[in-house]
Every structure is written in structure tokens, then in C-alpha cells.
Design a protein around this ligand. Sequence first.
Ligand SMILES: O=C(O)CC[C@@H](O)C(=O)O
Ligand SMILES: [Zn+2]
Length: 408
Amino acid sequence: MSLMYCHERNLAVSPQGGNTGMVGGSTPVFDEIIVSTALMNQIVSFHNVSGVLVCQAGCVLEELSRYVEERGFVVPLDLGAKGSCHIGGNVATNAGGLRFLRYGSLRGTVLGLEVVLADGTILNCLTSLRKDNTGYDLKQLFIGSEGTLGVITAVSILCPPKPSAVNVAFLGCPGFAEVLQTFCTCRGMLGEILSAFEFMDAECMKLVGLHLRLACPVQESPFYVLIETSGSRAGHDAEKLSGFLEQVLGSGLVTDGTLATDQRRIKMLWALRERITEALSRDGYVYKYDLSLPLDRLYDLVSDLRARLGLHAKHVVGYGHLGDGNLHLNVTAEAFSPSLLGTLEPYVYEWTARQRGSVSAEHGLGFKKKDVLGYSKPPEALQLMQQLKALLDPKGILNPYKTLPTRT
Ligand SMILES: O=C(O)CC[C@@H](O)C(=O)O
Ligand SMILES: [Zn+2]
């Protein structure tokens, strides 16, 4: 079914990739037609000097990873849902993930896009150029717009060379202040080889143990940190890493740690962090928050809520991409409760706005978070977003009820 057909008949559509989003961005609300990218799953080209991959929107992230890794490159994006998410959906939601610290946002690594506009016009901006300063960078409008301005059908993405030496350290820290100090020490001592700095609290570890039977690889601690290094000379990286570990263990910032250099153990340590979401979903109803906060206040909100909620919540957990200033705050309960929701919201959003943080660091707004946009953007920005929507989708057929706040 073409978009032109839908446009002529005023039929609303919900573009959908792997349907792995966290905010209901790809699920229809009423009677929207699902436009799936599943059959658009071809790799168009890969250039083995520049590392530029051009592919259709429905390619599964993990399959793309495998394809470029066989050729000595990596996709600059990695996330827990890699086995089913589609690259088109990743770009449409500007997914962050686990490699953000090293390779930055898709806003930098996506070089070009092909997009079908609301009336069916095909906008071919599928360039593979690193530099192209010819006026407005239109692709940026579609990256992160969650299918509300156009449907991404193909992407051109810059893949960096595959690092030949990867190490993962999993550490236990006695407090959040020590986690932050470990991060500072790590940045100073590991420098350019640091490729991920993730953290999780003791509650997360308890849940992955309870629901997924994953064992904690170090002594029990209030906080855990996963550090990944990616470099080009194993000996050099190992030397740097051992110097760093000696320092953090010696100074008491870290109480226990384990190191992995082989693929199997690296995967096992990453699973503890990547599968937290899965463990949470087995714990009951989950209230999810994905926030950008200043690093020194990042965990205060978790402790604060744990005290506020007391026995009303089953678990209050904090984890996330510490190196990117991104906290995942999740609260579980036996079942959904309006009173628990009332204690959480708007409290969490007001708290975040006071820190000038973001109410959606990487998951987008979709259906669930669209009405909290105002906590992170001024009214003038909201108005301009509405104007852009009206310009690109005057009939409002593209992913309605998503991203933009409900008009009152
Ligand atoms: O479930 C969540 O809140 C976070 C999911 C994902 O972004 C992660 O980093 O694991
Ligand atoms: Zn995340």
C-alpha cells in the first residue's frame, strides 16, 4: 500500500520496524494502518574503504552488524534489542544504545536517508558523503521524528573499523560517589580506548539474578560498573587497563572486579547490563523513565524515590549509560496503580526539569511521553515543531497521536 494511496483517502498510518521501542511509538492507537518495513530488508551497498553502508530500512540491526563485522567494520549502534529492531526504526527514533559514548549519536553517523513523505513523494537524500554543507540538513528532521514527518525507507550509515582488541571490566563500587570518581579516573587513564561506561545498582543485580538466573561475577556491592575498552593493540590496552584497575582498587573506589578478554566472557558480562530491561518486565508492572541528568545528581532521584515510595513499589532501580549522563529509572509494582503513578508523575518530570535535564534521553516520546515534552523544551520550540508537522503532514496521517503533545 502506498502512502500516496493513504494520503488521497485520508487513511492514517503507523510506520513500524521491529516494534521494540519503549514508548509506544510504532503501535497504532485507533485504526491506523501499520506500514511495516519488514520486507525492505536488502543491503544496497557497502564500501570497504570508506565503511559506508547503504541499506533498506527493514534490515535487522544484528544482521547488519554481522555483515559489516565480516568485512572488518562495526555498525556505530548497538543495543539490547539488536536481534529484532530495524535500522529504519533505530534512525526514526534516534536510538542511543551502548556505543554512544564511543561513536556518538546517529545524528552524526547517518550520512543520508531516503524518506517517503506524507503524500507519497520520495525524498532521495541518500548521499554517502562525509561532508555536505549545501544548505539545510533535511535528514536531521526525520532522524528522531518517530515517523511523524515521513517514513524512512533507506539509510546510509558510516561504519567505523572494527576494533581488534576489546576488553570488558566489571567492577563493584561502594557508593555512587565512587562510581563517579571511577568514571573520572577511567577517562583520565584509559583515554581514547574507553568505549563504554555503564552502571547498575544492587537492585538491578538482584533482579537479573532472580528472574534470569544470571550470577553476579564480583563481590556483592551497592553499585556495579561495566567498562569496555576498544583499541587496536591488545598489549597496549591490557597495560592501560591493569594500571587503571590497580589505581581504583588501591584507592578504594572499587572493591572488587573481574576482567574479560575473550568473546564468550565479554558477552556474559554485557548480558548482566543489557538484560536488565527483560528482568524488570518479569518483575511486574514497570513504570519507565529515561532521563538525562547532570552526573553529580544522577542517582539522587533514585534514592529520593525509593524513600518516597517505600513499600508501595516492589523495586526502584537505577542503571544506564553513565558515560552519556543517561539514567534509566524504573519502578516495578505487582500491578498498575493510579495512586503510584500519581506519586511518580509529575514529580519525576518536575525534578528533571529543575536540573535542566531531558525527560527522554534516548527512547523518544512516542505515545507514552508525548505530553511531557514541555518539561524539556520551551513553548516556542513546541510551536515550531507543530508548524513543521503541519507543513510536512498537513492531513495528519503520519503516526498520529505520537511525539507532539495533545492539543488542548
Ligand atoms: O528499559 C529501559 O528502561 C532501558 C532500555 C535500554 O535503553 C537499556 O539501556 O537497557
Ligand atoms: Zn538505554
